[in-house]
Design a protein around this ligand. Structure first.
Ligand code: PMP
Length: 396
């Protein structure tokens, strides 16, 4: 079996993407196949490479940390400098109640940890989640997936899990004194970029507070500037009890975190032991990369320009006859087209023209534009021209 066939099998587990590209190297906003053909990256590894590929400051931080050490035993015996520095930088840029950081390896594990923490802290078992939600692929994260059919072959999953409709204020009544936590992305990514109203998210926050249920925001995909704020919850003037991060956090390296107030996270320390432990979670090389990545984002004021850049894409694409509308906030854009077939055809033509964008897991009639946040205006014009050419080919 060739490498390409193996890769296709891997992709087939998560999407019906029309072509699988083999990428040999990547730099900035471009990825290159083994023949040297460039592809403009409008996906950023699903909101991972928010600073583009191979940012020099991130690479240098990785090299420097490799020279210092790569792993220590961290079940409480040592505290690693890169973790201390990253935790401080994160909490300096978060509301005061998000002051305690637990580092993990991935988005799924961040959500796993958060669900466990909520159960431990509240002593309750019920978990509430939402329609059109994706939170990861481990058993706990799968339990709060929206799609019942996708879950079927993995049952039994977590008991005492209840799904309510995203955006429906009436459904919030289902959050009660029995609820340990409510988990959601304040802005839904895989649902096709669903932006709820401020009133809705504020009502959700108030209901959780009233009932003593913890509010968990999964910002694995929307965190670190994607929506034009450092964190998506800033759009709603609310603060979650637990914030889950990963993807862009590591600047391309695998690291995640769940973050809460000390009094909540401390419940993992009390008996019985084993609140959550992980061998590689918060790996020092990944934390060094994460710190450098967040520093670049902040020092270069990259987030400030993200909404304008998103609007530029919309402006350049809006008059194409295949475009039926947009759901956009910052550089996360769902371009709405008439059907799944058209969306897949556009993606295929775009690949051939050397531009890569993506589909959504739970929204068939839109494609996703989510490029590195430091994309230039010139690159946005170039990418939009290529997308227009691809759509022209499908439209003829
Ligand atoms: N939550 C959200 C919103 C995600 O988009 C993803 C990954 N697509 C995850 C959780 C899971 O993250 P990971 O793949 O790092 O486990």
């Amino acid at each position: 079996m060739t490498n390409r066939q193996l890769f296709l099998q891997h992709v087939a587990t998560t999407s019906d993407f029309p072509i699988a590209l083999e990428i040999e190297r990547a730099e900035g906003i471009y990825m290159y196949d083994p023949s040297g053909k460039p592809y403009l990256d409008l996906v950023s590894g699903v909101s991972v490479s928010n600073l583009g590929h191979g940012h020099p400051k991130v690479k240098q931080a990785i090299k420097d940390q490799v020279d210092k050490y790569m792993h220590l035993m961290v079940y409480g015996e040592f505290i690693e400098t890169p973790q201390v520095q990253l935790a401080k930088l994160l909490s300096d840029n978060l509301p005061e109640s998000l002051n305690s950081v637990y580092f993990v390896n991935s988005g799924s594990e961040a959500n796993e940890g958060a669900l466990k923490l909520a159960k431990r802290y509240t002593g309750r078992s019920e978990i509430i989640h939402f329609t059109r939600a994706y939170h990861g692929s481990t058993h706990g994260a799968l339990s709060v997936l929206c799609d019942e059919e996708m879950k079927n072959s993995f049952r039994p999953l977590l008991p005492d899990v209840r799904m309510i409709e995203f955006g429906n204020q009436g459904d919030l009544e289902q959050i009660t004194e029995k609820t340990a936590c409510v988990i959601l992305e304040p802005i839904q990514s895989e649902g096709g970029m669903i932006i709820p109203s401020k009133e809705y998210i504020q009502a959700l926050r108030a209901r959780c507070t009233e009932k003593g249920a913890l509010l968990i925001f999964d910002e694995v995909q929307m965190g670190f500037g994607r929506t034009g704020k450092l964190f998506a919850f800033e759009h709603f003037n609310v603060v979650p009890d637990i914030l889950c991060l990963a993807k862009a956090m590591g600047g391309g390296m695998p690291v995640g975190a769940f973050i809460s107030d000390k009094k909540i996270l401390d419940s993992f320390k009390t008996n019985p032991m084993l609140g959550h432990i992980t061998t590689f979670g918060g790996h020092p090389v990944c934390c060094a990369a994460a710190k450098a990545s967040l520093e670049v984002l902040l020092e270069e004021n990259i987030v400030d320009d993200v909404q304008r850049k998103g609007e530029l894409f919309v402006e350049l694409l809006k008059d194409h006859p295949l475009v039926k509308g947009f759901r956009q906030l910052g550089l996360f854009i769902a371009v709405i087209v008439e059907s799944k077939e058209i969306m897949l055809e556009i993606m295929k033509e775009a690949h051939e023209l050397g531009v890569v964008m993506d589909a959504f897991l739970f929204c068939d009639d839109a494609y996703r534009i989510a490029p590195p946040l430091n994309i230039t205006d010139e690159e946005i014009h170039h990418a939009s021209n290529l997308l227009i050419q691809a759509m022209d080919k499908v439209n003829k």
